[in-house]
Design a protein around this ligand. Structure first.
Ligand code: ZN
Length: 406
């Protein structure tokens, strides 16, 4: 079956759900004759899914649903995703493939710190590890003492965590002086945007190879893609879903290689199929074949969320570009903050960064940052050096950009 036929079959199935019956009202599948026709279909966004609460996305009978998951409802109504037996199995198969791509085998002992429950994290890591035949150690988050004790006593070889939790564990292991008792070889880190500096610290302090795993609850969960041992980009398991990259502002499809928002269509999901789902993750398709030999297409490391992108005096600013820029300058920490203000009819961008440097040295760093920012991003900010530890820290995703213009 070619991609278009697979997509048409998925749409036909999706239209059995209350949500898609309405969303695609009046659509005749026979009229979709080309990929261009498919690309004219309306997107599905998270807000649509919220409105389908609780089970409006369900496209099969109740007797076929074996589990539900829910995306974190940080704002308002959560999204409920029902899964059939096949969906649960397909997800585990994809996750197993992730572990294999990272070089894990049935001899590994996989220490799982993401949470278990409505959220798809822990249970996905678990099911994939079991299918691989490895020893899953279902820790869940928190209780650092116990985490480290189990890691030592059970000789965990793979750590699964968010980047911030991996960093915390690395720091605690260092602090307790038990580094030589730790047997970790690999870290499988849940997808979020994280800078090169943090990656180097975790890899260095834990002595592990790091793999970025991609996924979102709406599309199975984590484990729908991972980077390979060539570390170049994340392979996506596109036998289960179809990927497009669009311009987040206009919704137009972008050619391979251009950065934009990832849009996913599930090809064989039964419980809650999704058609042209906007992930709001910014990335690009990496063209060409990977040296590792895997044929699955690749996406580049996420450069941010389309909701985090800001435009100032015509220049588009992604937080990841600022991370990169600052990490390329010696003597600057990874912490920074951007303030955007509208003063006297003009947008002003102020970039605060932390540095141990003082006096003339700090002034010179400010000038370097301004110069590099202009070179790479296309506008000159006002750079301000502040003392180490002066900018606020957050355990979760830190807010780095404050747009005071509106
Ligand atoms: Zn590869």
């Amino acid at each position: 079956m070619d991609t278009l036929d697979q997509i048409k079959k998925a749409i036909k199935h999706a239209m059995k759900s209350e949500f898609y019956k309405k969303h695609f009202a009046g659509l005749n599948i026979g009229d979709i004759k080309s990929m261009e026709d498919f690309q004219k279909l309306p997107f599905t966004d998270k807000e649509d899914l919220r409105q389908a609460y609780p089970l409006g996305l369900q496209a099969v009978g109740d007797e076929e649903i074996v589990r539900i998951h829910s995306s974190s409802g940080t704002t308002g109504t959560p999204v409920i995703i029902p899964y059939t037996k096949k969906d649960v199995h397909d997800w585990a198969v994809m996750f197993k493939r992730c572990y294999e791509t990272a070089g894990c085998t049935s001899l590994d002992r996989i220490h799982i710190t993401p949470g278990y429950g409505l959220w798809t994290a822990g249970i996905g890591f678990q099911a994939g590890a079991e299918l691989l035949g490895a020893m899953a150690i279902p820790m869940g988050p928190g209780n650092t003492d116990k985490q480290i004790k189990m890691m030592i006593d059970l000789k965990s070889t793979v750590i699964c965590a968010t980047s911030s939790y991996a960093l915390l564990l690395a720091e605690e292991i260092e602090k307790r002086g038990v580094r030589d008792k730790i047997r970790l070889k690999k870290g499988v880190i849940g997808s979020e945007r994280w800078g090169e500096k943090m990656r180097k610290r975790i890899a260095g302090e834990l002595g592990v190879e790091l793999y970025d795993i991609y996924g979102l609850t709406e599309i199975y969960g984590p484990g729908i893609g991972i980077n390979c041992q060539k570390q170049s980009a994340m392979h996506m398991w596109t036998d289960y879903f179809y990927c497009e990259i669009i311009d987040p502002k206009t919704g137009q499809l972008l050619p391979d290689g251009e950065a934009g928002e990832l849009v996913i269509t599930t090809l064989c999901k039964e419980g809650a199929p999704l058609i042209r789902y906007r992930t709001h993750d910014l990335t690009r398709i990496v063209p060409g074949k990977c040296e590792c030999g895997l044929d699955y297409p690749r996406i580049a490391t996420l450069i941010g969320r389309s909701d985090d992108m800001v435009k100032v005096r015509g220049a588009i600013i992604y937080p990841s570009r600022v991370d990169e820029l600052l990490s390329s300058i010696e003597g600057i920490s990874s912490e920074y903050q951007i303030m955007i203000d509208h003063l006297n009819g003009k947008d002003i961008l102020t970039l605060f960064f932390e540095t141990p440097a003082e006096g003339d040295a700090a002034y010179n760093l400010e000038k370097d940052v301004e110069h590099e920012f202009k070179e790479r991003i296309g506008l000159t900010p006002k750079a301000k050096a502040v003392r180490m530890g002066e900018l606020p820290r957050s355990e979760k995703k830190s807010t780095r950009v404050f747009d005071n213009r509106y």
